[in-house]
Design a protein around this ligand. Structure first.
Ligand code: ZN
Length: 62
């Protein structure tokens, strides 16, 4: 794990990095652990769009 124990100046620890935005995820912070990737809560919508992109359909084209 690349960012397993980086301690910030204020004592907080980065335990993960978001696979989409690259943002730090700190100890105690909630995030989604999906297929081995960490995804922060802010990126869940973008992640879902990426995952479900093959299923996108236009009305009347089924
Ligand atoms: Zn993110």
């Amino acid at each position: 794990m690349r960012f397993s124990r980086i301690i910030e100046a204020d004592g907080s620890a980065i335990v993960q990095q978001c696979a989409l935005c690259g943002g730090e995820i700190y100890r105690g912070e909630t995030y989604y652990h999906i297929s081995g990737e960490a995804v922060c809560t802010a990126c869940l919508g973008d992640y879902a769009k990426k995952v479900f992109a093959p299923f996108i359909t236009k009305g009347g084209e089924q």
